[in-house]
Every structure is written in structure tokens, then in C-alpha cells.
Design a protein around this ligand. Structure first.
Ligand code: EPU
Length: 430
């Protein structure tokens, strides 16, 4: 199994191209199930999760072709992928597939809307928490779906004339349930109003793409989304928005090591709260024509307290990375996780590098240290593993990160992007 070897101590200088957002690409790909026409997505990142979803969609009858590779610096990335689902050949999403990637549960929305039925495995637990699906079930029931849970599967059926638009207010903000209800409601009879909806940029991206396909959605980006059902959707061409989590991760890496880096093809407006926290930690952040410039010279890292929250709050998907940065601050900081109940698996691993962190409930107290020392570490989830990379970049000596498949789920060409900026990072295959 591959590992990533990091020799810490180098500043980062250069340009890092930001990929399309994983968490937008996944629901956008799933939206292709809603039409018999071709949905073309540009700027799709090359990630293990995307490849896995391609396999899952293929199972349901989606024909997929990849082309239009964009060449830059001699390498191809940012793929254009065409998805065509003339007929849905299977409305079952089996456990073997759904348990590998939680987002594949989301096919329940389009399958139910287009075919009137879906049988989708419950996703099961995952490293960052229990992650139930009660909100999906309640929301689909509000659209008049009949739902039964049987042998680990959710069996959903729509009334004979299709789903029926309704008012539904989420008792808790959920990105995935908002995606699913929005997709399901596009083909429902009548109007659906979703209250307390997720406001994440990826929800807006999906709504914009669905509108390009002929849906009638308004209010995306606010807590109330209105969807007027239409009879059918057509194809469209849509560009996946930049990955705000990748953007924030590299911004934190520069804040950690010091240096001067331009993050290209991204947008500050996608992550205001996180950038503000990085600024307060001592980095200068300014917009450029096509992205963001992050600079930290000389001055040390200041301690900053953060609390994760749904958008526009500080994203849970950047919490581990920010903790990595705070391990070397010149004071005491606190990080409170409010979205997932078990998203502190990186704490023990950061401690192996010399970090001083104590946990009390959902809050971590980080006492900054002046030096970290490289060590072998391993990660249990995607964002935790990249926090170890950030810490490793500023640690003395060698850090070896194992279980790299977590990183490959969400970071495209991480080692190349960092190496080009002067870091010593390499993939080691055993
Ligand atoms: N929740 C419920 N019931 C539900 C659905 C969610 O209680 O039916 C709870 C969850 O357990 C959690 C909270 O609501 O405590 C928020 O979960 P949400 O549904 O918003 O998360 P998600 O849609 O499963 C997406 C991202 C995650 C990201 C979260 C929060 C994708 C593919 N995943 O997950 O990304 O952390 O939103 O922003 O978009 C990652 O990329 O590493 C990742 C985990």
C-alpha cells in the first residue's frame, strides 16, 4: 500500500492549481440519473471517490465517457466527463457499493423521482461518526414517498402519479439531504419548499446545474429553497466549482511553513470564514485575477479559536487541517467540532509528531509547541490524513503517512502540487 514520505522544513513558494470540488462533483454526477439526455461536466477532479461513483452509476445504466483533457504544464487534469442515462437499468444500490462511499446513498433521490422506486442500502457507520439517514427518509416521506426499511435496505416507492411537492423543514442542516430532496423535487408534481436547507456552495452548484437542465429552483444559497416540479429534465453542460476545502488546505499549509503561494482557479468568496481564521493566524491573504495569494513571512503563527458550523461558518472539512496549523502556534487555541461527533481521530496522530492537544467533549485545546518532530503516522479519514501532511511539512525530519488511500479519495495529485512549490513530499510504493 502506498505511503507519503515528507521531509519537513521547506517553505512553500509557487503556484498551486485548485481542482474541481469533490463534494460538488459527486452530487452533480448523480444528477445525470434524472435525464435521458447527456449531462456534460467539466473540471471533474481525478479522485478515487469520483472513480467509485462512475462504477456505481454504470450499474444503474449511465454510459460514461471521459475526454477533453485539459493540458497544462505537460499534464492532464480537470477532466470533462459525459454522462448519459437513456434508461435506468437497475434501481437497486447494493451494500457492497454504498458502504464504500456514503454519497452513493444519494442516488435514492433521482431513482425515486424518475423511476418511482429505489432500493438503496443503508450506508452504515464511518470513521467520523454514526451519520444516520433519518432526514432523507423524513424528507422523501414528506414528498409522499412510501418508505420501508428491510434487511439493511431502504425501499422507497412513489405514488402512482409520481412524487408530490410539499413543504419540508429540516430539523438539522444536512448537505446530503438537501441535495437529495432538491433532486427528487425537480420531477415532483407541484412545488416543494425546503426550509433550513444547507447553504453550502456545492448545493448552489447543484441547483444551478439542475436549472441548466430545465429545473425550476430558486433560493439556493439561502435557507429556503423552492423547487417547482417539471415533467422532465434535459441535458446540460456545467463546470464543477473550485474545491474550497482543497483551497483552504493549501492556504493552511502555506500559513504553516511560511512562503508565498498563488492558489489558482479558485475563489475567496467560497471560504471567507476559513480565510479569516488563517489571516488571524498571521498569513496575508489577497485576491489575484484567478485565485488567491497566501503569504507568511517571518512572523510566527498566532493562536486562533474556531467552532465548526454549517456554511457560511468554519467548515468541518477544514477542522483537522486548522488543528495541524495550530499545533505550532505561539499560544493556546481551542477548536470545537459541532457537525460530527467523532471527528478528532487526528489528535492522537498529531501527538505522535509532538503536538500538545487535550480533548474535552467536542472541544480540543491545543498548546502550541515551537517544534514538531517527524514520525510514522496513519489516518482514519480523508481530512485527518491531510492534517498530518500539513504538520509533517513543518516537522523536523521524516514523517511517513500511511493509508494514503484516504488522501486519494479527495486530493488530486497532492504530492505533485506540493513538490512544485518546494516541499519534500514523495509517494512511496511498497
Ligand atoms: N445527519 C443526520 N441525519 C441525516 C443526515 C445527516 O443526523 O439524515 C447529521 C450527520 O450525522 C451530521 C450532520 O447531520 O452530524 C451533517 O451531515 P451532512 O448530511 O451535512 O453531511 P453529508 O452530506 O453526509 C457532506 C460532505 C462531508 C461534509 C459534510 C458537512 C459530501 C460528499 N460530503 O456530508 O464531507 O463533512 O457534508 O459539511 O459532500 C469530506 O469531504 O471529507 C466530508 C466528510
Amino acid at each position: 500500500m502506498d505511503r507519503i514520505r515528507i521531509v519537513g522544513g521547506n517553505e512553500l513558494h509557487g503556484v498551486i492549481p485548485i481542482s474541481g470540488a469533490k463534494n460538488a462533483a459527486l452530487p452533480l454526477m448523480i444528477a445525470s440519473l434524472l435525464t435521458d439526455d447527456t449531462l456534460t461536466l467539466e473540471n471533474v477532479p481525478h479522485l478515487a471517490d469520483v472513480e467509485q461513483l462512475i462504477r456505481i452509476l454504470g450499474n444503474h445504466g449511465v454510459d460514461i465517457s471521459v475526454n477533453g483533457r485539459r493540458e497544462r504544464q505537460g499534464e492532464s487534469y480537470a477532466r470533462t466527463i459525459h454522462f448519459t442515462c437513456r434508461n435506468i437499468v437497475d434501481t437497486t444500490a447494493p451494500y457492497e457499493l454504498v458502504s464504500k462511499m456514503r454519497a452513493s446513498f444519494w442516488v435514492i433521490g433521482p431513482l425515486l423521482a424518475r423511476e418511482g422506486k429505489a432500493r438503496v442500502s443503508l450506508p452504515g457507520g464511518c470513521a467520523i461518526g454514526t451519520r444516520p439517514v433519518d432526514l432523507f427518509i423524513e424528507g422523501l416521506q414528506a414528498l409522499s414517498a412510501n418508505i420501508e426499511i428491510d434487511s439493511g435496505y431502504v425501499n422507497a416507492t412513489a405514488p402512482a402519479g409520481g412524487l408530490i411537492g410539499a413543504r419540508y423543514t429540516f430539523p438539522k442542516v444536512s448537505v446530503g439531504a438537501t441535495h437529495v430532496l432538491m433532486m427528487a423535487a425537480t420531477l415532483a408534481n407541484g412545488t416543494t419548499v425546503l426550509g433550513n436547507a444547507a447553504r453550502e456552495p456545492e448545493v448552489v452548484d447543484l441547483a444551478n446545474c439542475l436549472n441548466a437542465m430545465g429545473a425550476k429552483i430558486t433560493g439556493q444559497g439561502t435557507a429556503t429553497i423552492t423547487i417547482e416540479g417539471v415533467r422532465s429534465l434535459s441535458g446540460a453542460r456545467h463546470r464543477v466549482l473550485p474545491d474550497r476545502i482543497e483551497t483552504g488546505t493549501y492556504a493552511m499549509a502555506v500559513a504553516m511553513t511560511g512562503g508565498d503561494v498563488i492558489l489558482e482557479d479558485t475563489d475567496m468568496a467560497l471560504l471567507d470564514t476559513a480565510l479569516e481564521a488563517i489571516r488571524r493566524a498571521g498569513a496575508e491573504i489577497t485576491p489575484t485575477n484567478s485565485g488567491i495569494r497566501v503569504v507568511r513571512n517571518g512572523a510566527g503563527i498566532k493562536p486562533v479559536d474556531i467552532v465548526t458550523d454549517p456554511f457560511p461558518g468554519f467548515p468541518t472539512d477544514l477542522q483537522a487541517q486548522f488543528m495541524g496549523l495550530m499545533t505550532k502556534s505561539n499560544g493556546v487555541s481551542h477548536i470545537t467540532e459541532t457537525i460530527f461527533e467523532n471527528r478528532f481521530m487526528h489528535v492522537q496522530e498529531l501527538a505522535r509528531l509532538g503536538a500538545k492537544i487535550s480533548l474535552s467533549g467536542q472541544t480540543a485545546k491545543i498548546e502550541g509547541v515551537s517544534r514538531l518532530k517527524g514520525a510514522p503516522v496513519m489516518a482514519t479519514d480523508l481530512r485527518a490524513s491531510v492534517s498530518l501532511v500539513i504538520a509533517g511539512l513543518a516537522a523536523e525530519g521524516e514523517t511517513m503517512v500511511s493509508r494514503v488511500y484516504h488522501l486519494d479519495r479527495g486530493f488530486e495529485r497532492l504530492e505533485e502540487k506540493l513538490t512544485r512549490c518546494g516541499a519534500h513530499v514523495e509517494r512511496v510504493s511498497d
